[in-house]
Design a protein around this ligand. Structure first.
Ligand SMILES: Nc1nc2c([nH]c(=O)n2[C@H]2C[C@H](O)[C@@H](COP(=O)(O)OP(=O)(O)OP(=O)(O)O)O2)c(=O)[nH]1
Length: 142
């Protein structure tokens, strides 16, 4: 037997992009891992890259736009059966550019309350919960 393999753990930034009270969700393509699941666009943080640099790079690669970051949500770690992901979500608006899909199967703009109707990558569910509770309806729990 070979050496014990450490479980794969990826660190991923993602953008909760808001426009006119709607939020952008992106559907992973059939050929990606987690095929056809919905996610917030973004991707793995490269060595020597900050979260913000990663987010801008990934959003440019995937959607062809730049974003303005308004706030950071707490990171969330999720264990899938074959790997672990830590998500670093940022609330953003579009800064420059028109969206062109380079990797995703589809995008949609939804009212925040409707986000939960999509078939999300499992790691995103607590992110959406925190977003709704602390950023969309911050007064409702007081
Ligand atoms: N961008 C993004 N990735 C997410 C989210 N939720 C979630 O579980 N992930 C997972 C899917 C991927 O395994 C990983 C992000 O990797 P990536 O987007 O840079 O690269 P990839 O699809 O080519 O990933 P992989 O096939 O190499 O695993 O994080 C999310 O909301 N946004």
């Amino acid at each position: 037997m070979g050496p014990i393999q450490e479980r794969k753990h990826v660190h991923v930034t993602c953008a909760i992009i808001e426009k006119d009270d709607l939020v952008l969700a992106a559907q992973r393509s059939a050929s990606m891992s987690l095929p056809l699941k919905w996610e917030f666009p973004g991707g793995k943080i490269d060595p020597d890259e900050s979260c913000e640099e990663c987010l801008q790079r990934e959003i440019m690669e995937e959607l062809g736009i730049t974003v303005t970051i308004s706030s950071a949500l707490p990171s969330h770690t999720h264990c899938y059966t074959s790997f672990t992901v830590t998500l670093y979500p940022f609330i953003c608006t579009i800064d420059k550019g028109e969206i062109v899909l380079h990797e995703h199967a589809a995008i949609t703009w939804l009212a925040p309350e409707k986000l939960c109707e999509l078939d999300w990558a499992e790691a995103d569910l607590p992110v959406i919960e925190t977003y709704l509770k602390d950023f969309v309806n911050p007064l409702s729990s007081r």
